[in-house]
Design a protein around this ligand. Structure first.
Ligand SMILES: [Zn+2]
Length: 352
């Protein structure tokens, strides 16, 4: 793939639709469901942890595990029920979440005993494919490459809004993790603040590039795949069973900086990573996937990477974040990363 094509549709009321394709194409757009107003969304300050908490009650009403026939992310059908998706066909679609926790037009927050702020921001849905039954692991390297381009493009556009301080593209995969729609999709949250954890992460890059240094000198046994663009690796400090990172060799703020050639190579690494995760238990791995991009002001130093954080430690056991993890932030890990790397590399089998 040498380049990609975009089509933008302003759907009114601050709602946008971006369609991405490998070659130029036309779209047929039908009516879709209106947004569910999230006027009450706002931020509340946690006085002890000194970080923002987002309160958004409209999300309670969001669609929960509909049948495939009622999927709101499948292509629109003429004469069919209205859904979230206006396009009758698409390759990659990024559009404003109908149940946004945040809004560009957020109202005045309530006056409380703690500091509050308007819930300003953007929440997008990222559809990977028109095929309801596909997944990140099956859409193929070309489509992942288009996804990398689409996420980079959207990141760039969102960061042009001065109110946006941080953009997180992510995927929650699997019902085990609380996914409410089976259709293959991710999301993008654009926040008007830099979350405390992300600020801490970004601070690590101010005087040096610890991630770049680690990748340059990593134990080869922890490398699962590599090419000219980057590597797939099991981090020694992993907090989740089979945690897997995909890291470009060169420092960049976001996937918007990839060349067309690098995008294809990075996509091949992402495909390799998810394929290994699905193979390790012989079933789709539930995970969170974070596209760690630079917060505002850190674009020149932050080293973009993707992290898969799996939640399944064996075929019949899930990893739960319980008291120690939730209360202290200290993770207890059952599978050493060195062993996870052997299993993901296919050099050993899990005996649990
Ligand atoms: Zn669907």
């Amino acid at each position: 793939m040498t380049d990609f094509h975009t089509k933008y549709v302003d759907r009114g009321h601050g709602r946008s639709l971006w369609l991405f394709s490998e070659t130029a194409r036309d779209y047929e757009l039908l009516e879709s469901l209106p947004a569910v107003q999230g006027a009450d969304a706002h931020m509340r300050w946690h006085p002890l942890l000194r970080e923002w908490v987002c309160h958004a009650s409209t999300r309670q009403g969001r669609t929960f595990l509909p049948d495939a026939a009622d999927c709101p992310l499948c292509p629109a059908v003429k004469g069919g029920k209205l859904t979230d998706m206006p396009a009758t066909d698409y390759e990659i679609a990024i559009f404003t979440n109908r149940f946004s926790a945040l809004s560009a037009e957020a109202g005045t927050p309530p006056e409380l005993g703690v500091e509050t702020a308007p819930g300003i921001g953007f929440c997008d849905v990222v559809c990977y494919s028109a095929d309801h039954h596909s997944s990140f692991a099956t859409i193929g390297v070309d489509r992942i490459s288009l996804l990398v381009a689409a996420i980079g493009h959207r990141w760039d556009t969102l960061m042009q809004d001065e109110r946006v301080q941080y953009v997180l593209p992510f995927e929650n995969r699997g019902r085990e993790i609380g996914v409410t729609l089976d259709h293959p999709h991710g999301q993008i949250y654009a926040l008007s603040h830099i979350p405390a954890l992300i600020a801490r992460e970004a601070d690590s890059f101010v005087h040096s590039n610890p991630l770049g240094d680690i990748v340059a000198h990593i134990n080869p046994a922890l490398i699962l795949a590599q090419n000219e663009c980057g590597i797939v690796m099991v981090p020694e400090w992993g907090r989740y069973p089979f945690e897997t990172w995909v890291v470009p060799h060169r420092q960049m703020a976001s996937p918007a900086e990839f060349t067309a050639d690098e995008r294809v190579q990075f996509a091949a690494l992402m495909h390799d990573a998810v394929s290994r995760l699905d193979a390790v238990h012989g079933m789709p791995m539930p995970y969170t996937l974070g596209w760690h991009t630079a917060p505002r002001g850190m674009q020149d130093t932050f080293h973009f990477y993707c992290a898969f954080r799996p939640l399944r430690r064996s075929a019949d056991k899930l990893k739960y974040l319980a008291s120690v993890e939730q209360i202290t932030g200290t993770f207890l890990v059952d599978i050493p990363p060195e062993q996870a790397a052997e299993l993901l590399a296919g050099k050993a089998k899990l005996n649990v």
